[in-house]
Design a protein around this ligand. Sequence first.
Ligand code: SAH
Length: 251
Amino acid sequence: MVSKTIDQGSIPCVPVRQRRADKTAVRGLILLFPTQMDDLIQTLIQENYLKTPLIIEAFRKIKRKDFVLENLKKDADINMPLTIGYGQTISQPLTVAFMLELLQPNPGEKILDIGSGSGWQAALLAYCVAAPQERGEPRQEGGGKVIAVERIPELVEFSKQNMTKYNFIKKGVIKIICGDGSKGLEKESPFDKIIAAANAEEIPEAWKKQLKINGRIVAPIKNSIWLFIKKSENKFSEQEFPGFVFVPLVL
Ligand code: SAH
């Protein structure tokens, strides 16, 4: 997990806004009350963290409350990491938005999600790579796949239960594997994109090898988020975005 520190780095923490009466809309005879998550998404859009329509749609459709512990459901729409047990947390929405915008997940892609924890980010990715019919829309096209790797078996089970209602596992859009993601996943490679939610000291060579040319890696290294783009077999462009805090990638 991941949390953005309030006082370090270049990116301010987005305050969670309360439900506002002036946002209440009258549509026909129905009063629509925006949820706290609708407000948070709106703030993340205004602050330019969320930009891409498909990622915004994924944030709206995949409910974070489905991925938190029962006693924390009331806090699910707050812009903070929350414990999921075993010393781990579900990522902060701002950080997930920031990382997904760097990753740019697209329909049809194969993505490796390392440190999948609660499964929330994996489900957001699945929504983006899935064919429209797998997202509940009628068109027929080939979809992509998310391979999620998590080292704590109890969290693998937790994430599987959390995403049951979205049917991504049943439809073959997500595969969750219990194991050490620091080595990537050779047998499922190559990947269009790789994303990690746990902090490494340096980028594992295996991730670079298992990426397609023009593929992207978005990962925390020494508590900065890095974007790597594979330009050729041995050449990567790199960009650093400092000021985040992550749990360690356990080697
Ligand atoms: N995106 C997840 C983040 C979970 S926190 C969510 O929002 O729920 C990061 C996760 O990385 C933790 O669950 C931790 O167990 C896992 N992790 C740490 N080192 C790992 C490794 N080497 N391989 C796989 N998972 C790892």
